[in-house]
Every structure is written in C-alpha cells, then in structure tokens.
Design a protein around this ligand. Structure first.
Ligand code: FAD
Length: 422
C-alpha cells in the first residue's frame, strides 16, 4: 500500500494500471473503520491491484476536481478509467470486493479467494449493535476491564446519529445535534479500549455457542453476548414504496429534508417521530401534508400543538396511503379515507414515512423468547431466555423507547455481566 499526493496522481493512478485509491481524512470514524479492511484486502489483492491512499484535506484541489466530497471515498481505476461504483461512508468489505473483482478475470478472482484464511478471535463479551444501548454497555464493560468487541452492520451511533436534534438527554443545556451526541458516545467507548468491528456483514450468529461470523471468514467468540440491534422503520407495504425507497421516498428527515428546499412533501404518520420530524422538515420545505390514519395525532401534547400551529403543516386525518408512483419529478401518493373510502391523489416532490418501527432480529429471532410484537423478553438484569445472552435498548420488550432508557439497559446488562464474570 502506498501514500501518494496530487502530483503523483497522473503517473501512479491514471497511468498506473489497476489501482484502488482511498481519499481519507484524519479524525474521521468511517475512515478508521475502513483502514483495517483496506489493509486486509491489500494483502490479498496486492499483487494484481495497487492499493493507494491520498490525504483529502492535503490534496483538496484534486479531490474537488474528481468530485470527491466526503471521506473516505474509494475509486477504482483501470488504465486511467474508473471501472466500478465509487464507495463512501460506512464501506463494507464485501462492497470493496465487488469493485476489485470487476478488475480481474474470474479465474484470477477464484485463485485469490482460495487463499483467504479464516480467522478466529476471542473476547469476553460480544455486543451486537453500536447504538446508545450497545455503546453504553461497551463503556461500562471496558471500564470493568472486560475484553469486549462491538459489532455493527453500520457505523456506530444508531438512530441518534440521524436524529436532527436531541433536547432531552440529561446533561446538555442546549439541544444537541444527534450526530454529535452519538459521536461523543462512540468516541468515549472506543477511547476506553473497546474493540470495534463496524460496517461489517454478519454472516452467522450462534447464540448458544456465543459465536458470530463476520464478513464470511472471521469468527468472533465470547462468553456472553449482548443484543443491542435496535429497530428499523416500518414500511407501509403500499405498492411502489419499495421501488421509490431512496428515490423519492425517505425514512430519515435529517438525511434527506435538505434536498426539498422550497418543495412540497407528504409525511405518512402522526405519532411522535412523524410530528417531531415534520417540524424539522418544515425548515426546508414550502408545504408539508401529513397523512394520518386516526382522527387525532398520537404524538405527545406539546409536539402536537406545535405542529398544528405550524402554517406549513396540513394534516389529512383518517387517511391511509394506498400506492406511490413517480411521474416525472413528482411523486403521486394515492390515499384513501378509512371512513368514506374516497380516494385522492397527492402530488408532491417527496414522501417521508414515519409509521413506527420493528425490532432488528434477523437470524437470531428463532432462538429467543419474544413478546407478541416480536421484541425480546428480558428479566430485570436484561438476560434473555438463552443463558449468557442479554438484550438492551429498543430491541427489548418495554413500554418506553428513548436514548435514556437504552443507556440504562446497557448499564444494567454490563454491570450484571461484570458481576458474573468476576
Ligand atoms: C427519528 C427519531 C428521533 C428520535 N429522537 C429521540 C430524542 O429526541 N430523544 C430520545 O431520547 N430518543 C429519541 N429517539 C429514540 C432513540 O433514538 C432510541 O430509543 C435509541 O437510539 C435506541 O438505542 P438502541 O441502542 O437500542 O438502538 P439503535 O439506536 O437503533 O441502534 C441499533 C444499532 O444496531 C445496529 N444493528 C442493526 N441490526 C444489526 C445486526 N443484525 N447486527 C449488528 N448490529 C445491528 C444498527 O446499525 C444500529 O447502529 C428517536 C428515534 C428516532 C427514529
């Protein structure tokens, strides 16, 4: 692997044959998450493809010329031409491999892959999920000198990292941007010494043996497992939703509201997140039409009153979405009144869906006792029905799902485990 700068770019990259180039920055958690994957792959593919790094801030002009706007960004070159999709953000090993394999013959790829040696590492505790619940458990375990690994399919932070503002986390007088709170939580846990394996593919989880396989070839073993995988947004299930996801339909206001400056949007939902996120979206949009299935909003009183006073927000009560369709630049949302069954077409520039969440259980749900809504049942120490397996945060069966309740669960699980391992 080689570090280059902009004056080497023409010779080393454009005339360099097969090259993968990493535009990185310092103090960049996703760059740190990428570093060991990049090194592993350099060892594997390094005889066929040159692995190069370039410091983005120090080579700003070149980055801008190439349209590289964030760190890390990976570019794949073959004879001076980009040959695979650029990757940025929380980059997974499997995504890089797709790009690298594109540059080589099928036979060569098979040969390289036959050289992969499976690895095994051992820890005291595996935490699945690095949101507030998992990060807090990691912090407490680490401070108790318990060897802990945090594994996440995405970058650390969980829902908080995409929440525009958090005003109810104790200790901060002014509201805090969600990304900052989650960044601080993550850095605190990492600085303590917890090992992070993030933006990975989880290939297998065996709760009984306490083994997790990541990126196909890396087995992580432990004495205890904490599940802190949180929740994912529910889908309406209406035709067109899946096709337009990320292309007109969004589940994250912080991520996407900024793209709707002075536009008209539709929001599906009327609970806490729908109302709070709508308030935020109105900073950008010209108008917001909320479609809610009940005859009143179900968010907390204060948020409801604020939303109903907002001149940009109009609420269509007792309506449900029936389909979503793109027509040119516009999204057509067909809604039906649940009482009169009259249908109506709403024309907007984009749709946000906030209709609740479902627990992220994936391949572990069959092993555990769940409540009627599919959330994991735990006792007061956060132990699940499987010995040595704990669960914390939004993924467990409980009444209130907040950052404070997730961090409390994480604390309890970590203290219970520390006592058991002592
Ligand atoms: C839009 C919105 C706004 C909110 N605003 C507030 C607020 O202002 N105040 C407040 O207190 N609460 C708020 N909440 C609720 C709060 O964010 C959650 O209660 C809290 O984040 C739960 O933490 P958690 O660690 O349980 O899960 P999450 O934050 O959901 O984190 C779960 C983590 O697990 C990872 N993961 C998922 N599946 C897997 C897997 N199979 N293997 C490994 N890792 C996995 C995810 O990538 C994620 O990083 C808000 C929630 C939303 C959605």
């Amino acid at each position: 692997m080689r570090e280059i700068n902009s004056s080497d770019f023409e010779r080393e990259v454009l005339q360099g044959g097969k090259v993968i180039l990493d535009f990185y920055s310092t103090e960049c958690p996703p760059c740190e998450a990428l570093a060991s994957k990049f090194e592993d792959l350099a060892r594997l593919y390094g005889n066929d493809i040159k692995f190069m790094k370039i410091y983005r801030q120090g080579n700003r002009e070149l980055a801008e010329k190439l349209g590289v706007k964030s760190s890390p960004t990976l570019l794949f070159y073959d004879n001076g031409k980009e040959v695979a999709e650029r990757l940025s953000g929380g980059i997974k090993k499997s995504e890089i491999i797709v790009g690298l394999d594109k540059m080589l013959s099928r036979e060569r790829v098979t040969e390289i892959k036959s050289r992969i040696k499976p690895s095994v590492s051992e820890f005291d505790v595996i935490i699945l999920g690095a949101g507030p619940g998992g990060l807090t458990a990691g912090l407490y375990l680490c401070q108790s000198k318990i060897n802990t690994v945090l594994i996440d399919i995405s970058l650390p932070g969980g829902h908080v990292s995409t929440t525009h503002e958090v005003s109810n986390y104790p200790g901060f007088i002014e509201p805090l941007p969600g990304y900052l709170l989650s960044h601080n939580m993550s850095e605190q846990t990492k600085l303590c010494g917890t090992v992070y394996k993030v933006a990975v593919d989880i290939t297998n989880v065996d709760l009984i043996k306490k083994e997790v396989v990541i990126d196909e070839f890396e087995t992580v073993k432990a004495k205890k497992i904490i599940i802190a995988t949180g929740t994912s947004p529910n889908l309406t299930g209406a035709p067109g939703e899946k096709e337009l996801k990320g292309n007109g339909i969004s589940y994250c206001a912080t991520c996407d509201a900024k793209y709707y400056n002075d536009k008209d949007v539709v929001v599906i939902g009327g609970g806490n997140s729908a109302v709070e996120e709508s308030e935020y979206i109105t900073r950008f949009v010209k108008s917001l039409t909320m479609v809610h299935q009940f005859d009143k909003l179900t968010a907390n009183k204060q948020a409801q009153e604020k939303a109903l006073r907002n001149p940009k927000i109009k609420v269509l009560f007792e309506n449900e979405p029936r389909s979503f369709k793109r027509e040119g630049d516009k999204i057509i949302t067909e809604i039906e009144n649940v009482k009169t069954h009259k249908t109506e077409k709403l024309v907007s520039d984009g749709v946000f869906i906030f209709i609740g969440f479902k627990p992220n259980l994936g391949m572990i749900k069959d092993t555990l006792k769940l409540d009627q809504w599919g959330y994991i049942k735990t006792n007061e120490d956060m132990q699940t029905s499987v010995p040595g397996v704990y669960a914390v945060g939004d993924v467990i069966s409980k009444k209130y799902r907040q950052i404070t309740t997730a961090v409390a669960d994480g604390t309890i699980a970590a203290m219970a485990i520390a006592k058991e391992l002592d």
